[in-house]
Design a protein around this ligand. Structure first.
Ligand code: C2O
Ligand code: CU
Length: 560
């Protein structure tokens, strides 16, 4: 294993992801940020300079568990103080498990401003993946808004509420098409976008993926969307799913995959089609009524010319509201036989988290968990809990492990009013914890949305899904899959349904658990797990140099 060093500077820059010039947050002048490639067991060292001038920044390494390094998790107000303009913070952590990951900003809505990139971990020397392939293709998927994140955040926090709406475009590796289609011939009313090689804006030139015939490729697909749930298909080609969130899954073949924000997959594709053609890679919206055109890329069978666009129509994205189809895909994802460890047979604690949409203070729209909407404190939790600064915590009250049976998930909340709170759940060291995420009707009648929940610091087993209200010990708890559940770090809850997960609280630190939809997190959709903070070793000073922990450090340095 070796240490891999990076010097990065985050800054605002003009960029045209979909050929419309906007400001993005880039790294070292690049958007998306540079890809980190490492081997399992390596240490990643990123010296991150904040070149944003007027706001803080942090970077979260999504899917990396940060075992023993909770201060490197990159969550503002949770694991560290945001890095001030012109200052540098060093992230140092081990990538212990091979897989497909990504990194992204985790302060305000900076992720939605373009602060993200890929993080790919290969198996350690001498180890082998449990499947074979000849080449790799990396696809980092995102959605893109023309409105700045500042306008978006003000709207979401305003009374009356202003929703951000649907994204203007979808991006594949940071490139998309707005107001034109690469397949205009098959898209009524669309004008043709410039093809590859045509003179034009290099930022938004179509993504071309060169492949050789009769080979097998590993497509690494990750979604860092702000809002959109996506579906990816490659014309004429089957996809075999082999990895999810850095964990091997029992292989299964499909025509297309659903991918929610925070998910990553590896799928195998064999180039066994007519070699005289190129093929579309199509990424479209599911789960919400789409107002965003699919993003297209070209699978270029060499030696065909890259600029030769496929003559066939791009594969159609399945109906956005065919949730039965979405569930059928998700339910097929299971742990790989002989590779994925089984979960502990029993759990020590079950936390049931009801997801509701609420109003606060007469009109602000929030998302709440057991009727508490999460707000983050001025002093990050890891520092304040480690240093025992109770006064730095926003509230002393502990949130509830249950919302009580009998809540009618099929109707708007009877009591739509919510409060804000810190939502800190203190977990006993090494406890096996079950969490049941319960979806419900939002404020409007007949609306219940998809929410992909992501856990920091851990992988979890997804034990089961169901429709309607979770029926506890007598019913659903007895029917969970303890035999071959998949290990993941992100799990979706479907409209009006529930999802049950299990994990072992074996990683001392303070970890966010939240909906990965950026505006939902901004509106309070998350909780915090504090785990054996007394076992965390001494925090780097730079992680605690703000708020009450800074005051305490200065008092210590000056007075004693
Ligand atoms: Cu990728 Cu807390 O998120
Ligand atoms: Cu959500």
């Amino acid at each position: 294993a070796k240490a891999r060093h990076f010097r990065w500077e985050v800054s605002n820059m003009f960029w045209s992801p979909d050929c419309e010039e906007k400001v993005v947050i880039g790294i070292n002048g690049q958007f998306p940020g540079p890809t980190i490639r490492a081997k399992a067991g390596d240490t990643i060292v990123v010296h991150l300079k904040n070149g944003l001038h007027t706001e803080g920044v942090v970077i979260h390494w999504h899917g990396i568990r940060q075992i023993g390094t909770p201060w490197a998790d990159g969550t503002a107000s949770i694991s560290q103080c945001a890095i001030n303009p012109e200052e540098t913070f060093t992230y140092r952590f081990v990538v212990d498990k091979p897989g497909t990951y990504f990194y992204h900003g985790h302060y305000g809505m900076q992720r939605a401003a373009g602060l993200y990139g890929s993080l790919i971990v290969d198996v350690a020397d001498g180890d082998e993946e449990p499947f074979k392939y000849d080449g790799e293709i990396n696809l980092l998927l995102s959605d893109w808004y023309h409105e700045s994140i500042y306008t978006q955040m003000v709207g979401l926090s305003s009374n009356p509420f202003r929703w951000i709406g649907e994204p203007q475009s979808l991006l594949i590796n940071g490139r998309g098409q707005f107001n034109c289609s690469l397949a205009a011939a098959h898209t009524p009313g669309a004008k043709q976008c410039a093809a590859a090689g045509a003179a034009g804006n290099r930022h938004c030139a179509p993504v071309i993926l060169p492949v050789l015939p009769n080979k097998t490729y590993r497509l690494r697909v990750a979604s860092t969307t702000s809002l959109a749930s996506l579906n990816l298909a490659v014309g004429n080609h089957k996809l075999t799913v082999v990895e999810a969130d850095g964990n091997y899954v029992e292989p299964f073949a499909v025509d297309d995959i659903d991918i929610y924000s925070g998910d990553s997959y590896s799928v195998l594709l064999t180039t066994d089609q007519d070699t005289s053609a190129n093929y579309w890679v199509s990424v479209g919206v599911r789960g919400r009524q789409p107002r965003t055109a699919p993003a297209l890329a070209v699978l270029n069978y060499r030696p065909n010319r890259a600029s030769r666009l496929p003559a066939a129509a791009p594969p159609a994205t399945p109906a956005w509201d065919d949730f039965a189809r979405s569930k059928a895909f998700t339910y097929r994802i299971l742990g790989r036989a002989g590779v994925t460890p089984p979960p502990p047979a029993t759990s020590d604690r079950r936390i049931e988290l009801l997801n509701t949409q609420n109003r606060m203070g007469g009109g602000h729209v929030k998302w709440s968990i057991n009727n508490v909407s999460m707000v983050l404190p001025a002093t990050p939790y890891l520092g304040s809990l480690k240093m025992g600064l109770r006064s730095a915590l926003p509230s002393a009250a502990r949130p509830s492990d249950t919302f009580g049976r009998g809540y009618d998930v099929t109707r708007p909340p009877a009591n739509p009013n919510t409060t804000v709170g810190d939502n800190v759940y203190v977990l006993a060291h090494n406890a096996t914890v079950d969490v049941v995420l319960q979806n419900a009707n939002a404020l409007a009648r007949n609306v219940s949305e998809v929410h992909p929940w992501h856990l920091h610091g851990h992988d979890f087993w997804v034990l089961g899904y169901g429709d309607g209200a979770f029926r506890g010990d007598a019913g659903d708890a007895a029917a969970l899959n303890l035999r071959n559940p998949p290990l993941r770090n992100t799990a979706v809850i479907f409209p009006y349904g529930w999802t049950a997960i299990r994990f072992v609280a074996d990683n001392p630190g303070v970890w966010a658990f939240h909906c990965h939809i950026e505006p939902h997190l901004h509106m309070g959709m998350g909780v915090i797990f504090a785990e054996a903070v007394d076992r965390v070793s001494e925090l780097p000073k730079a992680a605690v140099s703000c708020g009450a922990t800074a005051t305490a450090l200065m008092a210590g340095a000056g007075g004693h």
